[in-house]
Design a protein around this ligand. Structure first.
Ligand SMILES: NC(=O)c1ccc[n+]([C@@H]2O[C@H](COP(=O)([O-])OP(=O)(O)OC[C@H]3O[C@@H](n4cnc5c(N)ncnc54)[C@H](OP(=O)(O)O)[C@@H]3O)[C@@H](O)[C@H]2O)c1
Length: 313
């Protein structure tokens, strides 16, 4: 039901979540009937440009092998639910082709912030250049929003290459990724020595090592941070299996552990956008709730940490 204020009821919001297909945008959804405030999109600025992006995006590792009805729905619904950043890589099966084909089919390129990577095999400049052309072709675009060096592969040859392509207007931003603690020292050195728009790093409530040096360094160096593996590929949920959320989580307008974890990560002052991976509409809808409402302050983040640390699997 549309109320005079333009909000809709929680029941309708849930129906939208289940795909009944009301043609309304998420910023008009009153997702939380209990809250007097209308749900609002939470965005953060990319330090190098000031451009704002929603704090929850999505990842595509492992799942995107072919265009299926569910993946089509996931990609279509993502911006409707407030998302923009999709992270891919040439090594993630057919992720670039699947995402590129669906967006082309929808004729909706401007609604997405496409992030992909230059990766192995091969670490030289020539194999890198071939991959960049391929990514452009698969994504059906002449401009990729963010090109990242994947796991520091061939960084000495490829970073100058992607910088040149950025200068030529083919990428809007450049960056580098890792999810391996053994690469952190080399990653920090790269962050200190190079100018990058973005870094992408693994961070979750049960793996917080990057809080020590990498996240503060990103803030010092003016680099945006994408958070990968926010659920440690699902392992973060083991400790909360069968456990109810604490009552005080209601303050954050969250109803699931996934939403609580995502808001916890997105609230870190250095973090710009968290990219949980999923292929399912149900999880997408769940995760995107976390890009609305409010984020925890420093005190509430500590409380979430203490609560999680005190749980046993
Ligand atoms: N070095 C790098 O550059 C690097 C490394 C790792 C990841 N990444 C990027 O980061 C993205 C995220 O990491 P990830 O996919 O490895 O792991 P993740 O996001 O930590 O976890 C994905 C797992 O969580 C499950 N899940 C998602 N949403 C859920 C929800 N609301 N409730 C319960 N379970 C949920 C998924 O289930 P289903 O499988 O059932 O959907 C999947 O098993 C990747 O997709 C990729 O784009 C980059």
């Amino acid at each position: 039901m549309i109320r005079p204020s333009g909000e809709i009821s929680r029941r309708d919001a849930i129906r939208v979540g289940l795909g009944v297909g009301l043609a309304i945008t998420i910023d008009r959804l009153d997702l939380f009937a209990a809250s007097p405030q209308q749900a609002t999109l939470i965005e953060k600025a990319i330090p190098s440009s000031g451009e704002k992006i929603p704090v929850i995006g999505m990842g595509t590792a492992r799942y995107f092998d072919a265009v299926t009805p569910e993946l089509r729905e996931v990609i279509k619904r993502f911006p409707e639910l407030g998302g923009k950043v999709i992270d891919m890589a040439p090594s993630y099966g057919s992720a670039e082709s699947v995402v590129g084909d669906i967006i082309a089919e929808l004729n909706a390129r401007p609604r997405y912030f496409l992030a992909t990577k230059v990766t192995g095999p091969g670490s030289d400049r020539e194999s890198g250049a071939r991959q960049l052309e391929e990514s452009m072709r698969r994504l059906h675009t002449d401009k990729i929003d963010l090109m990242q060096i994947h796991n520091l592969i061939g960084v000495d040859q490829r970073l100058p290459l992607i910088r040149e392509w950025k200068q030529a207007g083919r990428f809007r931003y450049i960056g580098a990724t890792t999810s391996f603690a053994r690469q952190y020292d080399a990653f920090e050195k790269l962050m200190r020595e190079q100018t990058l728009d973005f870094i992408q790093i693994d961070y979750s409530i049960d793996a917080r090592a990057v809080e020590q040096r990498i996240l503060p360094l990103a803030a010092d160096r003016g680099m945006a941070v994408l958070v990968n593996s926010p659920f440690r590929r699902g392992r973060t949920f083991e400790r909360v299996q069968g456990k109810l959320l604490p009552a005080w989580a209601a303050e954050l307008e969250v109803t699931t552990w996934a939403q609580l974890f995502l808001k916890y990560l997105a609230a870190h002052p250095s973090v710009t956008c968290v990219i949980p991976g999923t292929e399912r509409v149900q999880f997408l809808v769940d995760n995107m709730v976390a890009t609305h409402g409010r984020l925890p302050d420093a005190e509430l983040r500590k409380r979430i940490e203490r609560y999680y640390d005190g749980l046993t699997a």
